[in-house]
Write a protein that binds this ligand. Sequence first.
Ligand code: KIV
Length: 275
Amino acid sequence: MKNTVITVQNAKESKEKVTMLTAYDYSMAKLIDEAGINMILVGDSLGMVMLGYEDTLSVTMEDMLHHTKAVARGAKDALVVADMPFMSYQTSVYDAVCNAGRLIKEGRAQAVKLEGGREFADHIRAITDASIPVVAHLGLTPQSLNAFGGFKVQGKSVETARRLVEDAQIVQDAGAFAVVLECVPAKVAELITEKLRIPTIGIGAGPACDGQVLVYQDMLSMFGDFKPKFVKRYGEIGMMMKDAFRKYKEEVESGAFPAPEHTFKIEDDVIEKLY
Ligand code: KIV
């Protein structure tokens, strides 16, 4: 069944957890979709995990469109959400609506996600008024890395936790249909989840959220040396891939691959005429 903004909203009401994973290309989107995950996020994390940047700040609209198109082709039932990259919406409400529109019209996403709270309420309202569903993103918002002074848990003091709760209500009132809570204390996420009508999707925000999201490279251990506290590793896929690559190298070097079963044949009398 196709996941939509309505099914995601219904999940909150019926207390079913919403699942979301990132994907950045066709083949991974297809696997995630076939596994029954509700939502696929084409995250601007692609700057780090696919393009090798040290943060998400250099990701462009063209990068997002390129990857969103591929994911949309692979996702049949999952709701595809595309991230609005740094400076694609911060500059004006007009830019926000135009760029959100491009992610839907050219990228074929079904929703967009943007980082920030009250300061982007007008942007969220204008995008939703253009019939584009918006996922808000609060807490550790990686596009504000320089303002935060690093990747840090947010909302640990009374003032910052209160601001988070208020921001969550503001983005809901502005029209967001869900909100990602990244790296906030579990009890703050629980309070926000209780107060909101829309689902909260947590990453490093504890078990009370209405749903969870992870970057697939993290949950598959594709970067062996990188393990944030909030990530659970569901498979040692990075190691399995490296073992397979090493085995392939050994077999090519030894001549064990390709074997006769991997080889196309030709009749002897045809080949003889070529000599
Ligand atoms: O870009 C991304 O992958 C994200 C998730 C971490 C929520 O925004």
